[in-house]
Design a protein around this ligand. Sequence first.
Ligand SMILES: [Zn+2]
Length: 320
Amino acid sequence: MGDAALGKLMLQLRSLYGGDHEQALLQLAREIGAERTAALIEQARLPRLCCPRCTHNGFYRHGKANNLQRYRCRRCGRTFNCLTNTPLARLRLKDRWLAYFDSLRDPACTVHRAADQVGVHANTSFRWRHRMLDWVKYDRPRTLQGIVEVDETFLLESEKGNKQLVHRRARKRGGVARRRGISAEQVNIVVARDRTGGTVDFVAGRGALKAASLDTHLLPKLERGVLLVTDGNPVYAHFACKAGIRHRGLNLSQGIRVEGDLHIQNVNGYHSRFKEWLRHFHGVATRYLNNYLGWRWAIDMRRIDDATRFLRAALGVFTT
Ligand SMILES: [Zn+2]
């Protein structure tokens, strides 16, 4: 906040002495909160800011709006700010964002409880949750190396929150699959983890695992010379053979869980933690599953230890 704005507020405070001074103080606190958030946003984004239309990195200051500095591109004239084209663009009430990021660090804090704590409507709380998580999911290691454990787990497909149920009638919350075994009602989540703790996870589609999704999501993440360790699902053997990757499938059906250094206990541990953590949410919509995977990953890797780091991650600025 500039000196002039602060002076104006102080004058307002004095003139509102009486029943309204509390309101004026609250307004002052909100203004300071919004300015602090705006400063953190600028700090995170300004070093890499460029014109959203032509990507030119020459621009000049062009007024201020909603606590944020506006800029104008020197080449094409487009105006923008540090939130333009980010998931947080046009979200209001910046004074409450850091408190909301704090609430997101506690999965037991439901959408409704976070709304009450922070002082926003429940619909706003839900919208904020997913906007704030939208880019957090892109924080992943570039590659995995050495011994890489891979395994898949399944979640019952859910259209929670979807008004138009295209695929089938709504199932009650926490329901069970109608068919036994793996079917298209189940969403396949693959986790790959190396021995340095580097972890990649992705939604591999509905039903049984297909080699094509490993080609798309896993192959680009594997360094040369990795040794893939799996549960012996033939899809992994097929994928590894085609890609020229060394592979060891454990014969779990014969009770062989460990062969020397080779096991998949780290990924299975990751699956368990993820599923246990998901229970807080009483079922999550499949279309948001990637957000939840990214959120869980960021917690597991200690990437969002405080509200400021969380805000930076939400803007795609990750700690190295
Ligand atoms: Zn431009």
